[in-house]
Ligand binder design. Structure first.
Ligand code: NAP
Length: 338
Protein backbone atom coordinates (compact mmCIF):
# COMPACT_ATOMS: atom_id res chain seq x y z
CA UNK A 1 0.00 0.00 0.00
CA UNK A 2 1.52 3.35 -0.98
CA UNK A 3 -1.14 5.72 0.23
CA UNK A 4 -4.01 5.47 2.67
CA UNK A 5 -7.30 6.37 0.99
CA UNK A 6 -9.46 6.96 4.02
CA UNK A 7 -13.18 6.85 4.71
CA UNK A 8 -13.85 8.93 7.83
CA UNK A 9 -17.01 7.91 9.69
CA UNK A 10 -18.65 10.58 11.90
CA UNK A 11 -18.16 14.21 10.86
CA UNK A 12 -18.69 15.86 14.25
CA UNK A 13 -16.25 18.01 16.17
CA UNK A 14 -13.16 15.79 16.23
CA UNK A 15 -14.06 14.17 12.89
CA UNK A 16 -13.81 17.56 11.18
CA UNK A 17 -10.55 18.28 13.03
CA UNK A 18 -9.07 14.99 11.74
CA UNK A 19 -10.26 15.67 8.16
CA UNK A 20 -8.48 19.03 8.18
CA UNK A 21 -5.40 17.45 9.80
CA UNK A 22 -5.16 14.55 7.33
CA UNK A 23 -5.69 16.72 4.24
CA UNK A 24 -3.18 19.38 5.29
CA UNK A 25 -0.52 18.00 7.59
CA UNK A 26 -0.31 14.21 7.26
CA UNK A 27 1.97 12.48 4.75
CA UNK A 28 0.89 9.31 2.93
CA UNK A 29 -2.83 9.64 3.46
CA UNK A 30 -5.88 11.44 2.15
CA UNK A 31 -9.59 11.45 2.88
CA UNK A 32 -11.48 10.10 -0.14
CA UNK A 33 -14.86 9.51 1.52
CA UNK A 34 -16.77 10.84 4.51
CA UNK A 35 -19.84 9.44 6.24
CA UNK A 36 -22.26 10.78 8.81
CA UNK A 37 -25.77 9.55 9.65
CA UNK A 38 -26.76 13.18 9.25
CA UNK A 39 -26.28 13.99 5.54
CA UNK A 40 -25.65 17.68 6.13
CA UNK A 41 -22.87 16.69 8.55
CA UNK A 42 -21.27 14.47 5.93
CA UNK A 43 -21.47 17.26 3.34
CA UNK A 44 -19.79 19.62 5.78
CA UNK A 45 -17.00 17.06 6.20
CA UNK A 46 -16.66 16.73 2.42
CA UNK A 47 -16.38 20.50 2.11
CA UNK A 48 -13.36 20.46 4.44
CA UNK A 49 -11.85 17.44 2.66
CA UNK A 50 -12.12 19.10 -0.76
CA UNK A 51 -13.55 18.49 -4.23
CA UNK A 52 -14.19 14.88 -5.25
CA UNK A 53 -14.73 13.55 -1.71
CA UNK A 54 -17.50 10.93 -1.71
CA UNK A 55 -20.38 11.48 0.72
CA UNK A 56 -22.09 8.58 2.51
CA UNK A 57 -24.72 8.23 5.23
CA UNK A 58 -24.23 4.44 5.62
CA UNK A 59 -20.86 3.44 7.12
CA UNK A 60 -20.93 -0.05 5.54
CA UNK A 61 -21.14 1.47 2.07
CA UNK A 62 -18.32 3.92 2.83
CA UNK A 63 -16.01 1.27 4.29
CA UNK A 64 -16.65 -1.18 1.44
CA UNK A 65 -16.12 1.42 -1.30
CA UNK A 66 -13.35 -0.11 -3.50
CA UNK A 67 -11.50 3.25 -3.53
CA UNK A 68 -11.21 3.10 0.28
CA UNK A 69 -8.34 1.17 1.87
CA UNK A 70 -8.38 2.56 5.45
CA UNK A 71 -10.93 3.86 7.95
CA UNK A 72 -11.07 6.53 10.68
CA UNK A 73 -13.96 6.26 13.15
CA UNK A 74 -15.01 9.48 14.92
CA UNK A 75 -18.62 8.74 15.81
CA UNK A 76 -19.65 9.02 19.47
CA UNK A 77 -18.14 6.18 21.56
CA UNK A 78 -21.29 4.04 21.73
CA UNK A 79 -21.29 3.83 17.91
CA UNK A 80 -17.62 2.85 17.39
CA UNK A 81 -18.24 -0.90 17.37
CA UNK A 82 -20.25 -1.08 14.10
CA UNK A 83 -17.74 0.68 11.80
CA UNK A 84 -14.71 -0.88 13.56
CA UNK A 85 -16.12 -4.39 13.02
CA UNK A 86 -17.00 -3.53 9.41
CA UNK A 87 -13.40 -2.37 8.78
CA UNK A 88 -11.99 -5.58 10.33
CA UNK A 89 -14.35 -7.64 8.15
CA UNK A 90 -13.15 -5.71 5.07
CA UNK A 91 -9.49 -6.27 6.14
CA UNK A 92 -8.84 -2.49 6.21
CA UNK A 93 -6.72 -0.73 8.88
CA UNK A 94 -8.91 1.32 11.23
CA UNK A 95 -8.13 4.19 13.60
CA UNK A 96 -10.91 4.46 16.20
CA UNK A 97 -11.15 7.52 18.39
CA UNK A 98 -11.14 6.76 22.10
CA UNK A 99 -12.79 4.96 23.76
CA UNK A 100 -12.64 1.80 21.63
CA UNK A 101 -16.11 1.06 22.97
CA UNK A 102 -18.33 2.38 25.74
CA UNK A 103 -18.67 -1.06 27.35
CA UNK A 104 -16.26 -3.92 27.93
CA UNK A 105 -18.72 -6.26 26.15
CA UNK A 106 -18.42 -4.22 22.91
CA UNK A 107 -14.62 -4.04 23.29
CA UNK A 108 -14.46 -7.82 23.67
CA UNK A 109 -16.39 -8.32 20.44
CA UNK A 110 -13.86 -6.14 18.59
CA UNK A 111 -10.85 -7.94 20.10
CA UNK A 112 -12.34 -11.33 19.22
CA UNK A 113 -13.08 -10.25 15.64
CA UNK A 114 -9.55 -8.92 15.18
CA UNK A 115 -7.97 -12.10 16.57
CA UNK A 116 -10.26 -14.26 14.39
CA UNK A 117 -9.07 -12.29 11.33
CA UNK A 118 -5.45 -12.96 12.40
CA UNK A 119 -4.27 -9.43 11.47
CA UNK A 120 -3.57 -6.35 13.61
CA UNK A 121 -5.83 -3.71 12.08
CA UNK A 122 -7.12 -1.57 14.98
CA UNK A 123 -5.45 1.43 16.63
CA UNK A 124 -7.26 3.41 19.35
CA UNK A 125 -6.97 7.20 19.62
CA UNK A 126 -5.42 7.58 23.05
CA UNK A 127 -3.28 10.52 21.99
CA UNK A 128 -1.53 11.13 25.32
CA UNK A 129 0.87 8.31 24.43
CA UNK A 130 2.04 10.68 21.69
CA UNK A 131 2.26 13.79 23.86
CA UNK A 132 5.81 15.10 24.08
CA UNK A 133 5.56 15.65 27.84
CA UNK A 134 4.30 12.15 28.68
CA UNK A 135 7.00 10.69 26.39
CA UNK A 136 9.68 12.64 28.25
CA UNK A 137 8.34 11.40 31.60
CA UNK A 138 8.29 7.80 30.31
CA UNK A 139 11.86 8.09 29.05
CA UNK A 140 13.02 9.31 32.48
CA UNK A 141 11.17 6.54 34.33
CA UNK A 142 12.41 3.88 31.88
CA UNK A 143 16.00 5.09 32.39
CA UNK A 144 15.78 3.57 35.89
CA UNK A 145 17.78 6.50 37.30
CA UNK A 146 15.07 7.43 39.79
CA UNK A 147 14.23 3.90 40.91
CA UNK A 148 10.82 2.24 40.75
CA UNK A 149 7.65 4.36 40.63
CA UNK A 150 5.56 4.03 43.81
CA UNK A 151 2.91 6.76 43.73
CA UNK A 152 1.26 8.80 40.96
CA UNK A 153 -0.71 11.98 41.61
CA UNK A 154 -2.82 13.33 38.75
CA UNK A 155 -5.40 15.99 38.09
CA UNK A 156 -7.76 16.09 35.12
CA UNK A 157 -9.52 19.42 35.47
CA UNK A 158 -11.74 21.18 32.96
CA UNK A 159 -13.31 24.61 32.98
CA UNK A 160 -16.85 23.26 32.67
CA UNK A 161 -18.92 20.62 30.84
CA UNK A 162 -22.15 20.40 28.84
CA UNK A 163 -25.44 19.90 30.73
CA UNK A 164 -25.74 16.28 29.52
CA UNK A 165 -22.37 15.25 31.07
CA UNK A 166 -23.06 12.50 33.62
CA UNK A 167 -21.33 11.09 36.70
CA UNK A 168 -20.31 7.98 34.70
CA UNK A 169 -18.76 10.17 31.96
CA UNK A 170 -16.19 11.39 34.50
CA UNK A 171 -14.81 7.87 34.01
CA UNK A 172 -15.78 6.87 30.45
CA UNK A 173 -15.01 10.21 28.79
CA UNK A 174 -12.53 11.95 31.09
CA UNK A 175 -10.52 9.56 33.32
CA UNK A 176 -10.35 7.11 30.38
CA UNK A 177 -7.23 9.03 29.22
CA UNK A 178 -5.40 8.39 32.53
CA UNK A 179 -6.74 4.80 32.57
CA UNK A 180 -4.87 4.18 29.30
CA UNK A 181 -1.78 6.34 29.62
CA UNK A 182 -0.66 5.58 33.19
CA UNK A 183 -0.05 1.78 32.90
CA UNK A 184 1.86 2.52 29.67
CA UNK A 185 3.87 5.21 31.49
CA UNK A 186 4.99 2.93 34.34
CA UNK A 187 4.93 -0.44 32.50
CA UNK A 188 2.28 -1.99 34.74
CA UNK A 189 -1.39 -3.08 34.71
CA UNK A 190 -4.39 -2.03 36.80
CA UNK A 191 -5.35 -4.39 39.61
CA UNK A 192 -8.17 -2.62 41.49
CA UNK A 193 -9.84 0.75 41.29
CA UNK A 194 -12.02 2.82 43.59
CA UNK A 195 -14.01 6.00 43.17
CA UNK A 196 -14.91 8.20 46.11
CA UNK A 197 -17.00 11.34 46.05
CA UNK A 198 -16.08 14.47 47.96
CA UNK A 199 -18.55 17.31 48.47
CA UNK A 200 -19.96 18.34 45.06
CA UNK A 201 -19.16 21.77 43.61
CA UNK A 202 -22.11 24.09 44.30
CA UNK A 203 -21.97 25.26 40.64
CA UNK A 204 -23.37 21.83 39.58
CA UNK A 205 -27.11 22.18 39.01
CA UNK A 206 -28.03 18.58 38.07
CA UNK A 207 -27.33 15.09 39.47
CA UNK A 208 -23.63 15.14 38.45
CA UNK A 209 -21.10 14.28 41.16
CA UNK A 210 -18.07 16.51 40.65
CA UNK A 211 -15.24 16.39 41.64
CA UNK A 212 -14.46 12.68 41.97
CA UNK A 213 -11.35 11.04 43.44
CA UNK A 214 -10.19 7.85 41.76
CA UNK A 215 -7.72 5.65 43.64
CA UNK A 216 -6.20 3.07 41.35
CA UNK A 217 -3.72 0.36 42.26
CA UNK A 218 -1.52 -1.49 39.78
CA UNK A 219 -0.56 -5.17 39.97
CA UNK A 220 2.96 -4.01 40.90
CA UNK A 221 1.59 -2.03 43.89
CA UNK A 222 1.80 1.54 42.50
CA UNK A 223 -1.04 3.74 43.76
CA UNK A 224 -2.48 6.49 41.58
CA UNK A 225 -4.64 9.24 43.00
CA UNK A 226 -6.59 11.03 40.29
CA UNK A 227 -8.73 14.11 40.81
CA UNK A 228 -11.36 14.48 38.08
CA UNK A 229 -12.76 17.97 38.44
CA UNK A 230 -14.70 19.19 35.41
CA UNK A 231 -16.20 22.39 36.80
CA UNK A 232 -12.99 23.94 38.08
CA UNK A 233 -13.71 27.20 36.30
CA UNK A 234 -10.11 28.15 35.57
CA UNK A 235 -9.07 26.21 32.44
CA UNK A 236 -7.97 22.78 31.24
CA UNK A 237 -5.44 21.69 33.81
CA UNK A 238 -3.66 18.35 33.38
CA UNK A 239 -1.01 17.39 35.92
CA UNK A 240 0.85 14.18 36.60
CA UNK A 241 3.55 13.59 39.19
CA UNK A 242 5.31 10.24 39.48
CA UNK A 243 6.97 9.61 42.84
CA UNK A 244 9.85 7.15 42.41
CA UNK A 245 12.20 5.62 44.98
CA UNK A 246 14.95 8.23 44.46
CA UNK A 247 13.21 11.14 42.80
CA UNK A 248 10.00 12.71 41.55
CA UNK A 249 9.15 13.24 37.86
CA UNK A 250 6.53 15.84 36.88
CA UNK A 251 4.71 16.10 33.54
CA UNK A 252 5.86 19.37 31.94
CA UNK A 253 3.08 21.89 31.41
CA UNK A 254 2.81 23.61 28.02
CA UNK A 255 5.24 26.48 28.08
CA UNK A 256 3.63 29.80 28.74
CA UNK A 257 5.68 32.75 29.93
CA UNK A 258 5.73 33.51 33.63
CA UNK A 259 4.55 37.06 34.18
CA UNK A 260 5.41 39.30 37.12
CA UNK A 261 2.79 42.02 37.37
CA UNK A 262 0.84 43.88 40.05
CA UNK A 263 2.55 42.12 42.95
CA UNK A 264 1.88 38.67 41.44
CA UNK A 265 3.74 35.96 39.50
CA UNK A 266 1.42 34.17 37.06
CA UNK A 267 1.44 31.61 34.21
CA UNK A 268 -1.45 30.93 31.83
CA UNK A 269 -3.39 27.65 32.02
CA UNK A 270 -4.60 26.24 28.65
CA UNK A 271 -8.25 26.87 27.75
CA UNK A 272 -9.25 23.43 26.46
CA UNK A 273 -8.10 19.95 25.40
CA UNK A 274 -7.87 20.79 21.69
CA UNK A 275 -5.17 23.38 22.39
CA UNK A 276 -3.49 21.42 25.21
CA UNK A 277 -2.89 18.31 23.09
CA UNK A 278 -2.92 19.84 19.57
CA UNK A 279 0.57 18.59 18.64
CA UNK A 280 -0.01 15.06 19.88
CA UNK A 281 -2.97 14.53 17.51
CA UNK A 282 -0.73 15.26 14.50
CA UNK A 283 1.99 12.91 15.76
CA UNK A 284 -0.59 10.22 16.58
CA UNK A 285 -2.33 10.24 13.18
CA UNK A 286 1.00 10.35 11.31
CA UNK A 287 2.21 7.34 13.32
CA UNK A 288 -1.01 5.43 12.55
CA UNK A 289 -0.59 6.17 8.82
CA UNK A 290 3.10 5.17 8.82
CA UNK A 291 2.31 1.89 10.60
CA UNK A 292 -0.77 1.12 8.47
CA UNK A 293 1.23 1.59 5.26
CA UNK A 294 3.54 -1.17 6.51
CA UNK A 295 0.60 -3.40 7.53
CA UNK A 296 1.20 -2.68 11.25
CA UNK A 297 -0.43 -0.77 14.12
CA UNK A 298 1.17 1.57 16.69
CA UNK A 299 -0.05 3.30 19.86
CA UNK A 300 -2.93 1.71 21.77
CA UNK A 301 -4.12 -1.62 20.39
CA UNK A 302 -7.65 -3.02 20.42
CA UNK A 303 -6.56 -5.01 23.50
CA UNK A 304 -5.46 -1.77 25.25
CA UNK A 305 -8.81 -0.26 24.33
CA UNK A 306 -10.66 -3.30 25.69
CA UNK A 307 -8.66 -3.24 28.96
CA UNK A 308 -9.43 0.49 29.31
CA UNK A 309 -13.15 -0.33 28.97
CA UNK A 310 -12.89 -3.12 31.59
CA UNK A 311 -11.16 -0.68 33.96
CA UNK A 312 -13.76 2.00 33.25
CA UNK A 313 -16.57 -0.48 34.00
CA UNK A 314 -14.92 -1.29 37.37
CA UNK A 315 -14.57 2.41 38.24
CA UNK A 316 -18.19 3.12 37.31
CA UNK A 317 -19.24 0.18 39.51
CA UNK A 318 -17.20 1.68 42.36
CA UNK A 319 -18.97 5.04 41.91
CA UNK A 320 -22.01 3.29 43.38
CA UNK A 321 -20.43 0.63 45.61
CA UNK A 322 -17.82 3.02 47.05
CA UNK A 323 -15.40 0.13 47.54
CA UNK A 324 -12.39 -1.00 45.44
CA UNK A 325 -13.40 -3.11 42.42
CA UNK A 326 -11.11 -5.63 40.73
CA UNK A 327 -10.00 -5.15 37.10
CA UNK A 328 -10.31 -8.62 35.58
CA UNK A 329 -8.90 -8.99 32.07
CA UNK A 330 -8.14 -12.72 31.97
CA UNK A 331 -4.55 -11.96 30.82
CA UNK A 332 -3.16 -10.60 27.55
CA UNK A 333 -3.68 -13.06 24.66
CA UNK A 334 -0.47 -14.03 22.80
CA UNK A 335 -1.83 -12.20 19.74
CA UNK A 336 -1.48 -8.89 21.62
CA UNK A 337 1.76 -9.52 23.53
CA UNK A 338 4.48 -7.04 22.55
P1 NAP B 1 -19.69 14.62 17.94
O1 NAP B 1 -19.34 16.06 17.72
O2 NAP B 1 -21.02 14.26 18.53
O3 NAP B 1 -19.55 13.91 16.52
C1 NAP B 1 -19.94 12.61 16.21
C2 NAP B 1 -20.51 12.58 14.79
O4 NAP B 1 -20.74 11.23 14.40
C3 NAP B 1 -21.85 13.31 14.69
O5 NAP B 1 -21.84 14.12 13.52
C4 NAP B 1 -22.83 12.16 14.57
O6 NAP B 1 -23.97 12.50 13.83
C5 NAP B 1 -22.03 11.14 13.80
N1 NAP B 1 -22.52 9.77 13.91
C6 NAP B 1 -23.13 9.17 14.96
N2 NAP B 1 -23.39 7.86 14.67
C7 NAP B 1 -22.94 7.63 13.42
C8 NAP B 1 -22.92 6.49 12.54
N3 NAP B 1 -23.44 5.32 12.94
N4 NAP B 1 -22.37 6.62 11.30
C9 NAP B 1 -21.86 7.79 10.92
N5 NAP B 1 -21.85 8.92 11.69
C10 NAP B 1 -22.38 8.85 12.92
O7 NAP B 1 -18.61 13.90 18.82
P2 NAP B 1 -17.07 14.29 19.03
O8 NAP B 1 -16.95 15.22 20.16
O9 NAP B 1 -16.45 14.67 17.71
O10 NAP B 1 -16.48 12.89 19.54
C11 NAP B 1 -16.38 11.78 18.65
C12 NAP B 1 -15.47 10.74 19.28
O11 NAP B 1 -14.17 11.29 19.43
C13 NAP B 1 -15.92 10.27 20.67
O12 NAP B 1 -15.64 8.91 20.81
C14 NAP B 1 -15.05 11.08 21.60
O13 NAP B 1 -14.79 10.42 22.84
C15 NAP B 1 -13.77 11.17 20.77
N6 NAP B 1 -12.97 12.36 21.15
C16 NAP B 1 -11.67 12.13 21.47
C17 NAP B 1 -10.89 13.16 21.90
C18 NAP B 1 -9.47 12.92 22.27
O14 NAP B 1 -8.92 13.71 23.02
N7 NAP B 1 -8.82 11.88 21.76
C19 NAP B 1 -11.43 14.47 21.99
C20 NAP B 1 -12.76 14.66 21.62
C21 NAP B 1 -13.52 13.59 21.19
P3 NAP B 1 -25.27 13.10 14.59
O15 NAP B 1 -24.83 14.36 15.27
O16 NAP B 1 -26.26 13.31 13.54
O17 NAP B 1 -25.68 12.03 15.61
Amino acid sequence: MENLNIALIGCGMIGREHIERIQNRIRGAQIVAVCDVFEEGAKKGAEIAGAGTKVYTDFNEAINDPDVNAVVVTTPGQFHKGPVLAAIKAGKPVFSEKPLANTAADGKEIVEAEMAGGKHLVQVGFMRRYDRGYRQVKELIDSGKFGAPMVIKCTHRADGVADDYTTAMAVTDTAIHEIDVLPWLVNDEWDEVQCIMPKTNSKVKNALKDPQIMIMKTKGGIINMLEVNVNCGFGYDINCEVVCENGVVNLPCPSFPTVRYANEVSTKIEDNWILRFIDSYDVEIQDWVDHALKGETGGSSAWDGYVASITADALVKSQTSGVPEKVVTGGTPNFYKK
